[in-house]
Design a protein around this ligand. Structure first.
Ligand code: SF4
Ligand code: MG
Length: 315
């Protein structure tokens, strides 16, 4: 959910003056810019935005965004963001974290957050390594790959976040690239506007530890034809939107198409893989507790309720 401000916002409104600790040229800078551009484009009030992070280099992102921020625990960003989402429907909730954080230790929360279809946007800074702890292989590094801080090649296969999100039930699934902040911002805007669980897997460069998937690699500087290793789904005519959510066959077809595209490697598709507008978890909660349709839980006086009838019913 998002509430537009009557005041026109700029990227500057979402900047803080805190010292930034990221390594020079880290892809996190592009993701931070993409988020700030998206919030400005949507003209949101900073005090109507809450940004939650896990642990890792990306965990510092809320420090640098002028909005409410909560730097949570390793892998626990989604449960904390879920709590905020459920008690306060008046704020835009953005959760973010690294690939190790979200697809490793937080994998259970990742699956269940998709299944729940809460109205929040989850951005994963996917750099294939655990950057903050010196570059160990993360769950997205493919088998046989070896970055400069690994003594040997990875012997486990990498997971496919897009296919996992499809299976889990996310209703908006996209991929973007940290060093294309304009395109990233346009995807983040759509993820926030989507009413349901939105995943944006952001391919992120880590110049300090990931010497495989560098800016030059994504640009295809080593290829004879020097072409980008990325292409945009929307420019290729791909349409991931389910037009009739009552048509199960269309849903299956669109999910299968998203999964098939997610296995493309050369070039890698970015853009929206899948989107379906179906009722969110909050819609069902409001049906069950009509008072929450009138006001968010944070504004409901839960301490002055008459619990007498409830106690009577349990006698
Ligand atoms: Fe960025 Fe990698 Fe440095 Fe972390 S270690 S701040 S991800 S460049
Ligand atoms: Mg990482």
């Amino acid at each position: 959910m998002s509430v537009e401000s009557p005041v026109k916002r700029t990227v500057k409104d979402f900047k803080t003056d805190l010292h930034n600790d990221w390594c020079p040229a880290c892809g996190d800078f592009g993701i931070l810019t993409g988020i700030q551009m998206a919030l400005a484009q949507m003209s949101l009030d900073p005090d109507k935005v809450a940004v939650f992070s896990g642990i890792g280099c990306s965990g510092k992102t809320p420090h640098y965004i002028n909005a409410y921020g909560f730097h949570t625990l390793h892998g626990r960003v989604l449960p904390v963001a879920t709590g905020a989402r459920l008690v306060n429907s008046g704020v835009t909730v953005i959760a973010l974290g690294g690939d190790g954080d979200g697809y490793g230790i937080g994998a259970g929360y990742f699956v269940n957050s998709g299944r729940r279809n809460l109205d929040l946007a989850y951005l994963v800074h996917n750099n294939n390594v655990y950057g903050l702890t010196k570059g160990q292989a993360s769950p997205t590094l493919s088998k046989g790959k070896k970055t400069k801080s690994m003594p040997e090649q990875a012997i486990q296969d990498g997971i496919n976040p897009i296919a996992m999100a499809v299976a889990a039930g996310y209703t908006f699934i996209a991929r973007a690239y940290a060093l294309e902040p304009k395109h990233l911002a346009s995807i983040i805007v759509k993820a926030i506007q989507h009413k349901g669980a939105a995943l944006v897997d952001v391919l992120q460069t880590c110049p300090t530890y990931n010497d495989l998937y560098t800016k030059e690699w994504y640009e295809g500087a080593d290829l004879p034809e020097k072409r980008s290793r990325l292409y945009k789904l929307e420019e290729a005519g791909f349409d991931g939107l389910v037009h009739d959510v009552t048509d199960e066959q269309e849903i299956v077809t669109k999910k299968a198409a998203a999964v098939a595209r997610s296995y493309e490697r050369e070039p890698i598709p970015i853009g929206i893989y899948y989107q379906a507008e179906i009722p969110s978890y909050e819609d069902y909660v409001k049906q069950r507790i009509p008072a929450l349709a009138e006001a968010p839980l944070v504004d409901v006086d839960v301490f002055s309720r008459d619990v007498g009838p409830l106690l009577e019913a349990m006698r």
